[in-house]
Design a protein around this ligand. Sequence first.
Ligand code: FE2
Length: 195
Amino acid sequence: MSDYSELPVLPMSIRFDHAAGTLSPAGPTLTRRMSDLEGLFLDQDAWLSALADGDPIVYSVVSSRVPEIDRELPQSITTIQPGVTGGEFWMTKGHQHPNHQGEIYLGISGSGGLLMFDGTSTNWVDMTPGTIGYIPPGWAHRSVNVGKEPYSFLAVYPGGAGHDYGWVLEHGLGQRVCTENDGVVFRDYFTGARP
Ligand SMILES: [Fe+2]
């Protein structure tokens, strides 16, 4: 957390280096490996195999120096590596904002999607470079790489929104995003059945 700016945060310009995938000035960087995604893939055996196969990096998140506190508007760039485990595309853990607030994503490169779930309904937004995906307050969300290249997107979110990852473990996200015959199919989150 020491990489965030001290208060008050002054007006600034943040440079995004697309090739390097870095922000400058840079804030904290988060790396999520397969071991960090315990309980999130439906096929537990496939997850264990991926773990044994070098515990690969699934995604990383580079943040700006704007702190995650109320009234500030932090940004981050997430890059999800291409991959499939147990038929499921590689993805972020997914979270709900405990303090229900909206968020926007902007597709930067690659081919991905934004899976949203409000506890009842599921919504999917195809994310390609230039697509803005809007996450309304109260919708849990996960990003998925459905392509063969890394998928990167910019997130801008209220600093006081918070991140509840346990919500997804308890409630799921309605559906799972899987591959079949080289295409994208959706399956029930808890049973894996085709809707
Ligand atoms: Fe979020």
